[in-house]
Design a protein. Structure first.
Length: 185
């Protein structure tokens, strides 16, 4: 099986004055392409920190983070931004939809940032939005969508560019059963 990502004794600590907070104890894990891996644990156990390490949002304090054959520990912010744009789809716990953009425009953003034409970005975005049964809401701003609808738009945005790695922080938390099944499919 081909490895999509792995962490090798990667951990994250934060220091405030004389206090060290261990957000994620050093851990080693492999994530294979084509597999779905669920990370479970109590609140504060490091799940979001692990996703942030894998998503190149933060650097580890210890150990190494690999995406494919690339160790990302010492890459510049510009290099990490390129990886996030081209290889990772991220569904954040708080959705992170852009408030002034409607649902369709939010889903289109990764494609536009990658240089797709507006026409192609719109076609691809509408196609995935239909899969989440959100076509009637494409012109709605995030504030005019329910939590579950915002979550479906956030998932559609993460998937629209067909990323190599999809990281979801509680992707079904705000969804009803039917919508949760759609997301997991």
């Amino acid at each position: 099986m081909e490895v999509a990502a792995r962490i090798e004794e990667a951990g994250k600590e934060y220091k405030t004055g004389d206090t060290t907070i261990v957000a994620l104890a050093p851990s080693t894990t492999v994530f294979n392409k084509g597999e779905v891996t669920l990370i479970v644990g109590p609140s504060g156990s490091g799940k979001t920190t692990l996703l942030s390490l894998l998503g190149c949002v933060i650097y580890p304090t210890t150990g190494n983070v690999w995406l494919g054959d690339t160790c990302v520990n010492h890459l510049s912010e510009a290099e990490l931004a390129k990886i996030r744009l081209n290889e990772i789809g991220f569904v954040f716990q708080g959705f992170n939809l852009l408030a002034p953009l409607n649902a369709l425009e939010n889903v289109m953003q990764p494609l536009l940032l990658k240089g797709e034409s507006r026409k192609v970005a719109k076609q691809k975005s509408l196609s995935i939005i239909r899969k989440f049964d959100m076509q009637s809401r494409v012109k709605n701003l995030p504030r005019n969508l329910s939590g579950g609808q915002q979550q479906r738009i956030a998932v559609a945005r993460a998937l629209v560019s067909d990323p190599k790695l999809i990281l979801c922080d509680e992707p079904t938390a705000s969804l009803d059963h039917k919508s949760a099944v759609l997301v997991m499919d």
